[in-house]
Design a protein around this ligand. Sequence first.
Ligand code: PEP
Ligand code: MN
Length: 357
Amino acid sequence: MAEGATIEQVERVINRITQDYGLRCETIVSSTTVIGVKGVASVVDEGRILELPGVDRVIRITEKYKDASRTFHPEDTIVWIDGRVPVGGPHLTFFGGPCAIESEQQALESARIAKAAGVDVLRAFVDKSRTSPYDYRGLDIKKGLEIAAAMKAETGLPTVSELIDLRHLDLFLEYGIDVIQIGARSAQYSPLLEELSKVDKPVILKHGFGNDMNEWLCAAAYIMSGIDRERRSVSEGNRNVILCYRGIKSFETETRFAADVGMIPIVRLKSHLPLIADPSHSSGDRKLVERVTYGFVAAGVQGIEFDIHSNPAEALCDGKQAVNHEAARIIENARRIHALLAGVGIESGSSVAAAAK
Ligand code: PEP
Ligand code: MN
């Protein structure tokens, strides 16, 4: 809207968009008013909006991942977990725990180590999406969720768990899982993403092994937009999406996946969503996890998710990449790096240029 546009003028524009096109509006008021329209832009006749009094411009967002894009939402989004743990903005949040729940004893011991190390949210993974069907894929779901609830009760920390099967969603909610994770292997499975748009829980979204940023942010938009198959806006969507970078496949075999720290500032520039990274599943080796964590934090992530196991040598799943008590040092140093670089904006080049003026 033009500067000084009246409330009546704003309402008239909103009425036209909602009544004529059946689209949903979202209003941002700062120094000027911006009316965001969600849905399929091609149905809107720009001229019919422009002719209304008080309208300054009509801008079409060309990115395919509009809801996840910074273009329309310049401020960082902060996602609150269980109403008490912030992720995003200036915060650095740690998610940690065993790759998989194997037994009550292993899960509780790992949870205690994670808590003592300073983890904010516990990994309580009950259903594992594994490459080979002969690998460990988790306990019976209900048994696993009972142990996840015990990890939460014992430590007082919220929990995150990967959802693979839509049929388990209600059970996850019933057993008090606080954050739902979508793993690399289901990162583009739209029925799962669409279902999460109706859920009032934060979602950590990874990207597939071979996905580029556009595909990853489009997957986020599936959860956020609340747009149905007819491409109509049918719900508010779920705004509480946390992106988790985990590296992609490359020809290099020395690390498990190729993680590019250069992606961190790019994704931060393109999206307002909180961005965390997983140094365990990207590097695949505990010898690398500590340094890779520091690299991710220096590059600008707002959180880290890593594997912490009470006895990595006996782990049934991903023991090679799990750390133990050294988690405490990793978190402490990462927090120092984060504090040291707190004054560097995400566009560091422009802040250097601004300082030089
Ligand atoms: C995991 O976090 O346990 C996991 C399997 O990671 P990814 O989905 O990134 O492979
Ligand atoms: Mn794992």
